[in-house]
Design a protein around this ligand. Sequence first.
Ligand SMILES: Nc1ncnc2c1ncn2[C@@H]1O[C@H](COP(=O)(O)OP(=O)(O)OP(=O)(O)O)[C@@H](O)[C@H]1O
Ligand SMILES: [Mg+2]
Length: 206
Amino acid sequence: MPARLITIEGIDGAGKTTLAAGLREALVARGIDAVALREPGGVALAERIRSLVKDPRLEIADRAEALLYAASRAQLVAERVEPELAAGRWVLLDRYVDSSLAYQGAGRGLGLDAVRAINEFATAGLSADRTLLLAIDPSAGRARRGDRGEDADRLEREADEFFARIAAGYASLAAAEPARIRTLDATLAPEQLLAAALAELADLFE
Ligand SMILES: Nc1ncnc2c1ncn2[C@@H]1O[C@H](COP(=O)(O)OP(=O)(O)OP(=O)(O)O)[C@@H](O)[C@H]1O
Ligand SMILES: [Mg+2]
């Protein structure tokens, strides 16, 4: 069985990190060696970039924001993702290129083509074998984040309209690539969501 790159996408508070942890456990229980990594982050340079892009005290122009995410992704791919896949381990990524297409392309209005181009360069063309998109209403996502009790970061301080543009951006990406991007109802209970996610990956286990 070839090692696979699975990415998990959705707006803030959709449940990506929760699902990534559950999926990793479920894969390991099936005898599949898997690692879960988060974006931006996962390796030292990318974690430092993460703290920059999340810092509410910094002014970051839209194009600079897109490039920071792409730089963080470039390091993660080179330092961890490629070596893990080469070693036969599955990689579960909590966000990947589609996040930039949705947030910077649609949300910030930079356009899909420009954001796709810098990410193609950043990742050297490495694309996900399957993407699980957690669909949730922006206000429900916001409420879930609030429940976590952390201070809002730089992006989380954006208005609901920003997240509505992102959700619409994700939906059009999923419509354009239905074989890769599978949309899941993020309002399902965690166990049901995990089962639905595994069903969308079932063909990859063969
Ligand atoms: N399926 C679910 N049903 C109900 N609550 C959930 C579900 N999944 C996650 N949660 C809760 O919602 C909150 C957000 O979940 P999580 O941190 O996994 O989202 P996220 O998409 O990773 O958010 P962020 O984009 O901010 O990293 C957490 O408090 C989590 O416990
Ligand atoms: Mg998360």
